[in-house]
Design a protein around this ligand. Structure first.
Ligand SMILES: Nc1nc(=O)c2c([nH]1)NC[C@@H]1CN(c3ccc(C(=O)N[C@@H](CCC(=O)O)C(=O)O)cc3)CN21
Ligand SMILES: CC(C)C(=O)C(=O)O
Ligand SMILES: [Mg+2]
Length: 275
């Protein structure tokens, strides 16, 4: 299992970190077997697993339910769990308690929170002090989609670019072990990556980040119809799975399945009920 020290060393050696989301036991198991460095139990599960149109409806209970399944499938992989919408904004005390529940119940290696406000910085420090490693997340922060006005690229002008770098530095200073940069111009991500001691993990943030993360269902095109520009697709599961289900359906209709090969037989027909 990787540790935060390994992440640091990988950054220094310019060895890129691969991260993928996962939300369930089989998904996590395959990711671990494929040798992925880190798994994120993202609140994107609300969209790709549960069919919501944003991550806003996801709850702490949802995150724990899915993260426990992930950890069972990937017991030897560094797992990060998203804290969901509003579970770390009501009060510092509530935020710490929610983080505690997520961390203790799931056996994850770190939690992830969006933003860099003074409250988030303080929470990052308090969690770190308490022994819960924090991954930060800035740029496009999907839990704020209704404030941002859509899933849009962030940090495109001078003011927001300077702010993004300042946010990243503050998060590092308050103890974050890594920072996710979502949907920012690649040139800006390169500068932030160069200025930070902790690794950056990009999604739609170009090639200069220390690591990359993508959503599982996007990479294998599983149940998603439209891919964001920054996603490279590596398999067409929609096609493969639909082909398999259609073939099964056809076999049933045509009485091609089940044949004897897929059936059980009785040795002594005497035992069969008369009738
Ligand atoms: N399936 C999935 N993949 C993701 O990467 C993802 C989720 N869901 N849900 C949570 C967030 C939301 N994310 C998104 C979703 C859409 C765009 C998008 O469509 N962006 C536009 C760019 C818009 C602009 O130019 O400002 C694009 O064309 O890629 C970006 C990030 C990333 N995360
Ligand atoms: C897109 C990644 C970074 C995320 O937060 C998620 O999958 O929820
Ligand atoms: Mg998320």
């Amino acid at each position: 299992m990787l540790t935060r020290i390994d992440l640091q060393k990988m950054k220094q050696a310019n060895e890129k970190m691969s991260m993928i989301t996962a939300y369930d036991y089989p998904g996590a198991k395959l990711a671990q077997e494929a040798g992925i460095d880190m798994i994120l139990v993202g609140d994107s599960l609300g969209m790709v697993m549960l069919g919501y149109d944003s991550t806003v409806q996801v709850t702490v209970a949802d995150m724990i339910h899915h993260a426990k399944a992930v950890k069972r499938g990937a017991d030897k992989t560094f797992v990060v769990v998203d804290m969901p919408f509003m579970s770390y904004h009501i009060s510092l005390e509530d935020s710490l308690r929610n983080a505690q529940n997520i961390f203790q119940e799931t056996n994850a290696q770190a939690i992830k929170i969006e933003g860099a406000s003074p409250e988030i910085l303080l929470l990052t420090k308090r969690l770190t002090d308490a022994g819960i490693p924090v991954v930060a997340h800035i740029g496009l922060t999907p839990q704020s989609v209704n404030v941002l006005g859509g899933f849009k690229v962030q940090g495109k002008d001078q003011e927001t670019g300077v702010k993004l770098l300042e946010d990243a530095r503050n998060l590092e200073e308050h103890g974050a072990i890594a920072v996710v940069l979502e949907c920012v111009p690649m040139e800006l991500a390169e500068i932030v990556t160069g200025k930070l001691g902790i690794p950056t993990i990009g999604i739609g943030a170009g090639p200069h980040c220390d690591g990359q993360v993508l959503v599982y269902h996007d990479i294998i095109q599983y149940g998603v119809d439209r891919l964001p520009k920054f996603v490279k697709s590596y398999a067409d599961s929609n096609k493969t799975i639909k082909q398999a289900i259609r073939a099964y359906r056809e076999d049933v209709k045509q009485q091609q399945f089940p044949t004897e090969q897929y059936s059980f037989k009785i040795k002594n027909k005497e035992f069969l009920p008369k009738g």
